[in-house]
Design a protein around this ligand. Structure first.
Ligand code: PLP
Length: 408
């Protein structure tokens, strides 16, 4: 890779080991059988699918591989958990709980359930670091609450939630608990067997697997209404011929993440910390969003005073640090969650932690990953202060701030 990629929370490149493992499943000479077919070509695909299920279960700390349902992405896994549980258990109640900082895969799905199916949704607030207070959850639970969905770790600022504690509050009241673990998987240990969690969503393309595959962890005995109908695949939980190459890729990605986690998580954290310290000491007027909380080790969400986040991304591009041109060095970053970018809507996560609208527009997410090196951090620390300085020289707000400081 000839450019520096700091947008791993948006998506990750596929690891070569994953690509090689998938290759036979995409070749006409390879393993292309339908895993539901009884002949040997089908059975080979079936065996590969079940191996992948074991690998995913191992990363999540599930009690049994049968608790893993393959989906097309993290969004589908969230939809399956939320809609499936809401429909299955609606006779018991119609109250659902989530938080203000969830991904839109959760928030928009719950909006849909409220709008179209008469459910009522309570959105828990968060503190200034993006943490959900367990006491708020306990107070929000009602006799008609059937489902709580709270993310394991946030995609924009990295805040890690106290999932075991939050889940225990739900378990005590016999309320189903789903966690969106899309950003957490591979970046922190997960122990679903022992956590009081009924459902959890993950996604292949966030952990160096391919796009087009995700999984839902569904604790044994938990019943959902299926979203897709048309076959008995995935033990009647999701109809449709399984994406075998994708599942194999996800399985290998999970296996690599699990084996390497002890070394890789601290390595990436050290890079992120060096990057963040470097920016804070070389660029004035920068603050960290969510920096006071337990945070994913790869994520750094920074607000640059008097700078527009979008302009900063473009400035790095214009300075010759091309985003998509592998012939030029460049830095790829994101002004928020990839799914929200392009909308220029202020981030709901930053809003929820109390960042002003103006400062939200000066915020940029840097998310490091497996392929990043010390040299990448050095490069970013060289180009970023220059780009920020250049933008500020054009900012009347920055000029005024300088004048005020001089007069004091
Ligand atoms: N949940 C979180 C926390 C995410 O960050 C994302 C993707 O950005 C998703 C869900 C959706 O995952 P996918 O892109 O696989 O649909």
């Amino acid at each position: 890779m000839n450019y520096v990629y700091f947008d791993n929370n948006a998506t990750t490149p596929v690891r070569p080991e994953v690509f090689e493992a998938m290759r036979p499943f995409l070749s006409p000479d390879g393993i292309y059988g339908n895993p539901s077919s009884l002949h040997s070509a089908g059975q080979k695909a079936h065996t590969a699918l079940e191996t992948a299920r074991e690998q995913v279960a191992a990363l999540l700390g599930a009690a049994d591989p049968s608790e893993i349902v393959f989906t097309s992405c993290g969004t589908e896994a969230d939809n399956m958990a939320l809609i499936g549980a809401a429909f299955e258990h609606r006779a018991k109640g119609r109250h659902l709980i989530t938080s203000a900082v969830e991904h839109h895969a959760v928030l928009h799905t719950l909006d849909y359930l409220a709008r179209e199916h008469n459910f009522e949704v309570t959105e828990l607030p968060v503190d200034g670091e993006g943490r959900i207070r367990p006491s708020d959850l306990a107070a929000a639970l009602r006799p008609d609450t059937i489902l709580v969905s709270l993310m394991t770790a946030n995609n924009e600022i990295g805040t890690v939630q106290p999932i075991a504690e939050l889940g225990a509050i739900c378990r005590e009241k016999k309320v189903l608990f789903h966690t969106d673990a899309v950003q957490a998987a591979g970046k922190m240990p997960l122990d679903l067997k022992n956590w009081p969690v009924e459902m959890a969503a993950i996604s292949g393309h966030k952990i160096y697997g391919p796009k087009g595959i995700g999984a839902l962890y569904l604790r044994r005995g938990v019943r959902l209404q299926a979203l897709l109908h048309g076959g008995s695949h995935e033990k009647n939980r999701r109809a449709g011929t399984e994406n075998v190459p994708g599942a194999v890729g996800l399985g290998v990605a999970c296996d690599l993440a699990r084996r390497e986690m002890d070394a890789e998580v601290p390595r990436v954290r050290a890079l992120r910390d060096r990057f963040e310290r470097g920016v804070l000491s070389n660029v004035p007027g920068v603050s960290v969003n969510g920096g006071g909380a337990l945070r994913l080790g790869n994520t750094s969400n920074l607000t640059f005073d008097c700078v527009e986040g979008e302009s900063l991304v473009l400035a790095l591009d214009q300075a010759g640090f091309a985003l998509k041109r592998p012939d030029l060095p460049g830095v790829e970053i994101s002004t928020g969650s990839a799914c929200a970018s392009g909308l220029l809507e202020p981030s709901h996560v930053l809003k929820a932690i109390g960042v002003s609208r103006e400062r939200i527009h000066g915020s940029v997410r840097f998310s490091l990953g497996h392929f990043n090196t010390e040299a990448d951090v050095d490069f970013a620390l060289r180009v970023l202060p220059v780009a920020v300085d250049r933008l500020r020289q054009m900012s009347p707000l920055w000029e005024e701030r300088g004048r005020r400081a001089a007069n004091q």
